[in-house]
Design a protein around this ligand. Structure first.
Ligand code: MLT
Ligand code: ZN
Length: 459
């Protein structure tokens, strides 16, 4: 796909009209208006697969500045790609065709936690880790591996899921209020933090997962959860995928304080062991691994019963828990040690999970016999991350076979990362004509001139 996206990039790089350039620089100030080499960190994604270019990166520091920037770009008909921490994995934050980059990282105010309401107000550029650390008694319900760089705005715009969806739901479920700016500069604000509020359309819920196509999120009021005390992590070795899935399903029923149920296989672990200081978690060999975290008074006993006599590492202290989590949380790096990966984040119904997990490598090899395939993910959500390091041209063949396989099993081509640019060609596998025409109508209502993130979610 690298070749595909590179050819999609305009060859003649037109600068911004001089008047718009002056206007944008005046709005954000010269030091927050970047051009040329200063834009380098904003035009390539974390995996290195998506490369674009931009005539300018603008970094507003207030909602009023975001509003003025969008109004100016909209009036000039100049497209804009909103960008948070640039941790996306599907090219959704990269200016593939010379769009202006609207970086929200300058909106970094985090208010004190409202401990009665168990909520906090954070501007779009605040990292998820800062929100999680905002109060010793409370935690952000959503936890993702890239939380130190990923921002509130980006996590809402992509409806980030991650490691605790089974307990708390994705980012959409944490929104208690939202402020966002429409393409023409109008500010929408609904920040009261009311738990119950049936006064019309739930546009904050609609903006979650809209991938920057409807409006630019500037701040949010976010639900917090009491910080779990005394949680226990168990990493269990399991001999095959059917046993792994069976154990994960049992964990949901039998472990009352279950927070996370994650899996990886020896394919990814062996790469991490070869390229990082991580040591094998236990001596006994296992083909697959189930990582469970649970809290509450029965956590240790219930996890112990589940693990029975399988090889298991258990962690009770914060540092030991973090050590075990590294085996799962460093998996996104594994494929990167081998090359530039294609990242898939598919989901399938529970009854198809074992079949999909057992067949997906063969499906990839049917079009690229020497591709390397690593799977891991959020097992009880039915969500498998299939990381492919292609040996053949990444010309769409991998997406074709993986997404058709997923669709044939009743699954989704995007469980968490979004459609972005990576999957835009395959949206018809996931959504009907009627759904896509509704999407186009919604998009036109929010952004009639079509300036917001034009490369993602096809119109
Ligand atoms: C994860 O679950 O680790 C993230 O979604 C990132 C990835 O897919 O690599
Ligand atoms: Zn994930």
């Amino acid at each position: 796909m690298r070749a595909h996206f590179k050819t999609a990039v305009r060859t003649s790089r037109s600068p911004l009209p001089l008047t718009l350039r002056r206007e944008l620089a005046d709005i954000v100030g010269g030091s927050n208006f970047l051009t040329g080499d200063a834009t380098a960190g904003y035009v390539v994604d974390w995996t290195g697969r998506f490369h674009g270019w931009t005539p300018a990166v603008v970094r507003p520091g207030t909602t009023a500045q975001v509003s003025a920037v969008l109004a100016a770009c909209n009036a000039a008909g100049v497209p804009v790609v909103p960008q948070g921490g640039n941790t996306g994995l599907v090219g959704g934050g990269i200016p593939l065709n010379g769009e202006v980059v609207l970086s929200l990282t300058g909106l970094d105010r985090l208010d004190p936690v409202d401990t009665d309401a168990m909520q906090v107000t954070a501007q779009a550029g605040v990292s998820l880790q800062r929100v999680a650390d905002a109060h010793p008694g409370f935690d952000l319900p959503v936890r993702i591996a890239s939380r130190h760089s990923a921002t509130v705005g980006g996590a809402i715009a992509t409806n980030a899921g991650g490691l605790r969806v089974l307990r708390h739901g994705p980012m959409r479920a944490q929104i208690r209020g939202l402020e966002a700016v429409l393409a023409d500069g109008r500010v929408l604000s609904h920040m009261a933090g009311l738990v119950k509020d049936n006064t019309g359309y739930d546009y904050p819920g609609l903006l979650a997962g809209s991938e920057g196509t409807l409006a630019v999120i500037t701040q949010a009021r976010i639900r917090l959860t009491p910080r779990s005390e005394n949680s226990v992590v168990a990493l269990i070795g399991v001999s095959d995928l059917a046993g792994l899935h069976g154990l994960a399903v049992r964990s949901v029923r039998e472990v009352t304080g279950l927070e996370s149920a994650e899996f990886f296989t020896t394919a990814g672990l062996d790469i991490l062991l070869a390229h990082t200081p991580l040591a094998r978690p236990f001596r006994e060999p296992a083909k697959t691994y189930l990582l469970l975290e649970a809290s509450g008074p029965h956590a240790m006993e219930q996890l112990g019963e589940l693990a029975a006599d399988r090889p298991t590492a258990v962690a009770e202290t914060a540092s030991d828990r973090a050590r075990l989590w590294q085996y799962r949380e460093r998996h996104p790096e594994a494929a990167g040690f081998l090359g530039t990966p294609l990242k898939f984040d598919v989901s399938v119904p529970s009854g198809q999970w074992v079949h999909f997990a057992s067949t997906v490598t063969g499906v990839v090899h049917s079009v690229d016999p020497y591709a390397q395939v690593i799977t891991y993910g959020h097992i009880v959500d039915g969500n498998i991350h299939v990381n492919v390091v292609p040996a053949a041209d990444a010309d769409g063949r991998h997406q074709d076979v993986v997404f058709n396989h997923v669709a044939s099993l009743g699954g989704s081509i995007s469980a968490e990362h979004g459609i972005g640019a990576l999957k835009a060609r395959w949206i018809s596998l996931a959504r009907t004509d009627a759904e896509r025409s509704l999407f186009a109508g919604i998009r036109a209502a929010f952004d009639p001139r079509g300036i917001l993130n034009p490369n993602v979610l096809p119109r």
